[in-house]
Ligand binder design. Structure first.
Ligand code: SF4
Length: 521
């Protein structure tokens, strides 16, 4: 048992719903108790879809448990087939549904429907949403593309001369963070390279499309959390190689272009030369100088967090002070990346641990999910969203990819926006007592009431913060006040830690400067 108020991911059947809802011609029959239809709202409200997800719930109630819930499932599956006439049916159970052990797969097969029935067994008490999406996609690919697999050991036939290379785009789903626009961005990049997209899946694909995945020359894995498992199977079964680089950020996109060009046997130089991205110049322009060394904490799904760390460090000149993920299955990726920035990896799905880490590290910017937005708001730290889970405003009406060259433009604007602009930051440090632009005021371009002022003191003391109450001498406190507010919290915490470690009970100006010298070493 774990006490949880917020969860980063839903149960695995929500992942299955994301796959099914992104697709066409597929219907999901879910053995689930009354009330589980709440998940429909994720799609109709957060993603603002104009129709209900193609999901039939058995919605059993307490009274049904004394009767035949298996019969209830069979009736629901038969009715769903009669009403929706899907090309393929997916069947499974939600968390509570799995406890009654009715075997949806066996029951659906017993109906002898004239379409393929794919059963997904999702261990709801061990796994979560992304795993559920990956497993569902994998089972669908295996069941639908498997029948056209060549005999084991058959090598792929050479592509005829003059025929453009074809790839599949794998991973985008319903309710994916910017998946809609990432598909557009990457498809246009591939078109520029002269590469055709065979199938984009699961988003937009029908079961018939899944059945022809094997016709492509290679696979582009946009979201490894969702498509990694299916891509490995396609590689083993059809001999299709797949991309390893996720094109988020300018350098990653350039490497991705080179990677796909190599797989397709095309020349990438013209595409790379004409790449239209403003991020490199914007971040080199003199107005961005004040961004250099800004201390940033990054948390999200592993793919977006690793990509964000690289952009933050190499393309914007920030200093990565913390890096973590809630995806335990991708802990290795985060551990490897954390080594590059010399930080301790944080792998947890407990938002309280994330909050304690942010409070301890006192970053100047947090890049995270909607949870980190709440955490950052409480601690008064600017924040931008880089990964699911996200609120409705991160399914915007405008074009807003994260991937490719336009994605890099979007990222530059999004990340810099919450920060105080350079001139204002400078003036605030010089004129702390202005009635309007006073010390600790919110950035004026964000307007009143946008966020709370930057926390100065130890608002949320992390467990390993100063453990003995130290006293600040009046003149030392005044000296501390001279430090710009956005790094003052860090200076206060460091000085208190230094005082604790050295048995200093009252912090004087000397202590402050000794601490500064100590941590600057
Ligand atoms: S079955 Fe799972 S998703 Fe549904 S209410 Fe119970 S815990 Fe929540």
């Amino acid at each position: 048992m774990q006490l949880t108020v917020w969860t980063y991911e839903g149960p695995p059947h929500v992942g299955a719903m994301r796959v099914v809802t992104g697709m066409e011609g597929l219907h999901y029959v879910l053995h689930a108790p009354q009330g589980d239809t709440y998940a429909d709202l994720l799609f109709t409200m957060i993603e603002r879809r104009d129709r209900r997800p193609p999901v039939t719930y058995t919605t059993f109630s307490a009274r049904d448990l004394g009767g035949d819930t298996a019969e209830l499932f069979k009736t629901a599956a038969q009715n769903a087939y009669d009403r929706f006439k899907p090309q393929t049916m997916l069947v499974g159970a939600s968390c509570t549904g799995s406890l009654i052990q009715d075997d949806p797969g066996g029951l659906a097969r017993a109906l002898h429907l004239p379409i393929p029935v794919v059963a997904v067994d999702l261990p709801a008490y061990q796994r979560k949403e992304n795993w559920g999406a990956a497993e569902t996609f994998y089972q669908l690919v295996r069941a639908l593309a498997g029948p056209s697999a060549p005999a084991p050991g058959t090598s792929r036939p050479e592509r005829a001369a003059g025929v453009p290379a074809r790839c599949n785009l794998l991973g985008p789903t319903a309710l994916g963070f910017r998946h809609r626009d990432d598909i557009v961005e990457i498809t246009s990049l591939l078109t520029k390279l002269g590469i055709d997209v065979n199938v984009t899946a699961p988003m937009g694909a029908s079961p018939a499309d899944i059945a022809r995945l094997g016709e492509a020359d290679f696979n582009v894995v946009l979201y490894p959390e969702i498509a990694g498992q299916a891509a490995s199977w396609l590689q083993r079964t059809f001999g299709q190689p797949f991309t390893k680089i996720v094109p988020i950020g300018v350098s990653a996109t350039r490497e991705f272009v080179a990677e796909v060009a190599k797989l397709a046997g095309v020349d990438a130089s013209a595409t790379l030369a004409s790449a239209c991205t403003r991020l490199p110049w914007y971040s080199r322009s003199v107005d961005s100088t004040y961004l250099t060394g800004k201390r940033v904490f990054i948390f999200g799904d592993a793919t977006h967090a690793v990509a964000a760390a690289r952009i933050a460090s190499d393309e914007l000149g920030f200093k990565v002070v913390g890096l973590g993920t809630y995806s335990r299955e991708f802990g290795r990726e985060i551990r490897d990346a954390a080594k590059r920035y010399d930080v301790e990896p944080l792998i947890t799905d407990d938002y309280l641990e994330v909050e304690a880490k942010v409070a301890e590290l006192q970053p100047e910017l947090v890049l995270g999910t909607q949870m980190e937005r709440h955490i950052a708001k409480r601690l008064g730290v600017p924040c931008a969203v880089i990964s699911a889970p996200v609120h409705v405003q991160d399914f915007p009406a405008r074009y807003a990819p994260q991937m490719g060259f336009e994605g890099a433009n979007v990222i530059f604007d999004t990340w810099v926006h919450p920060l105080m602009m350079g001139l204002e930051e400078h003036l605030l440090a010089m004129f702390k007592d202005d009635f309007e632009f006073k010390d600790g005021a919110v950035p004026s371009h964000l307007g009143a009431g946008h966020s709370t002022p930057v926390a100065d003191g130890p608002v949320q003391a992390p467990p390993n913060a100063s453990n003995i109450a130290v006293v600040w001498a009046v003149d030392a406190e005044k000296e501390l006040y001279k430090i710009p507010f956005f790094v003052r919290g860090k200076a206060r915490r460091n000085t208190e830690r230094f005082a604790n470690e050295n048995g200093v009970a009252t912090i004087t100006i000397e202590t402050l400067y000794y601490a500064k010298a100590h941590y600057a070493r």
